[in-house]
Design a binder for this molecule. Structure first.
Ligand code: ADP
Ligand code: MG
Length: 310
């Protein structure tokens, strides 16, 4: 197990990270979600022993790695936010270079490079210079570099920012596959809640240097569990239907957008019978009715009063 204990980083007057506790259990994909500037990169730089914490500790199997970073570095792969590759070398030459840093050589290195190229989908492009690569291909190669020494843990810092949707999907699928097939433990950092929602077993949501909430997706969403949002699609918005919804004591809020009507109700009440009755009375044709489960975005908004996106 890898854990951060009360991690804090002070840059001059500014506390970028303030008392962060988090852990990674073997085999998990854990998400670190937060808006730009939340302190995600600083947190993972400390966890991966690239920068020292102002206070707090990083522990691998209960032993501090601050004084012995080599213990962690052997079992950890880091995919940094900034691309760290040599533009004038080919993909393969980059992998050879970084493999040597990990003291791999000869046929072992050769085999590892082939395997990594396969995983990140760059076999066909291995001899092309990195300066001719798209952003998505560079990201994929960057991930390949982090995988060369077969780490147990991999930490990825916003690996899909600014790349095409195809590469993005490829990366997300690769993370899933590494976790499933190689049992790799992943800490995945992002400000895209859909990615974290898709990938992660457990999630930490960070804002202004603090972890503001953590748990499984369901646990986090249960924070908003007091109310249900029901979305109805109608053929035509009928004013008398909207008025009737407003007048219904079981309904707390009504919002209309195009041909979609959202109502908020306390979770324990069953409002469906009323909805169908009111629709019939006002000659409203419902084309669909569904309960919307809250998103992580809704939770973030609820806790901070701000949207996750910039
Ligand atoms: P995130 O990765 O969540 O976007 P960062 O960890 O990069 O956030 O940054 C958190 C805060 O710390 C930001 O306000 C940022 O400007 C500040 N910061 C990050 N690195 C440094 C540094 N080396 N010196 C001073 N301030 C920094
Ligand atoms: Mg960052």
């Amino acid at each position: 197990m890898l854990e951060a204990v009360e991690l804090t980083k002070q840059f001059k007057q500014h506390k970028a990270v303030n008392g962060v506790n988090l852990f990674l259990e073997k085999g998990e994909i854990v998400g670190l979600l937060g808006p730009n500037g939340a302190g995600k990169s600083t947190t993972i730089s400390m966890i991966s022993t690239l920068i020292p914490p102002t206070s707090g500790d990083v522990r691998l199997h209960n032993e501090s790695v601050i004084k012995h970073p080599e213990r962690l570095r052997k079992v950890l792969g880091v995919v940094p936010q900034e691309i760290a590759l040599y533009a004038d070398l080919s993909a393969k030459e980059n992998l050879q270079f970084f493999g040597k840093i990990h003291r791999l050589s000869g046929s072992v290195l050769q085999q590892k490079i082939e395997e990594v190229l396969e995983i990140v989908g760059l076999v066909d492009r291995q001899n092309d210079l990195v300066k001719h690569f798209s952003g998505g291909m560079k990201r994929r190669l960057n991930i390949g570099v982090a995988l060369l020494h077969e780490p147990e843990f991999i930490i990825m810092d916003e690996p899909t920012v600014g790349i095409d949707p195809q590469s993005r999907n490829y990366i997300l699928e690769t993370v899933k596959r590494l976790n499933k097939e190689k049992k790799m433990t992943v800490l995945y950092t992002s400000h895209y809640m859909e990615e974290v929602e898709f990938l992660c077993d457990r999630i930490y949501i960070m804002d202004k240097g603090h972890i503001i909430v953590s748990g499984t997706k369901d646990e986090i969403k249960n924070i908003l569990s007091a109310e249900n949002t029901i979305q109805m699609k109608v053929e035509r918005v009928n004013e008398s239907f909207i008025e009737a919804l407003h007048a219904n004591p079981l309904i707390n809020r009504v919002t209309v957008q195009d041909r979609s009507i959202m109502v908020l109700t306390p979770k324990e009440v069953n409002v469906f019978v009323d909805l169908f009755k009111l629709a019939e009375e006002t000659k409203t044709v419902l084309t669909s009715v569904e309960i919307k489960t809250p998103t992580l975005e809704d939770v973030f908004l609820h806790l901070t009063g701000r949207a996750l996106r910039d």
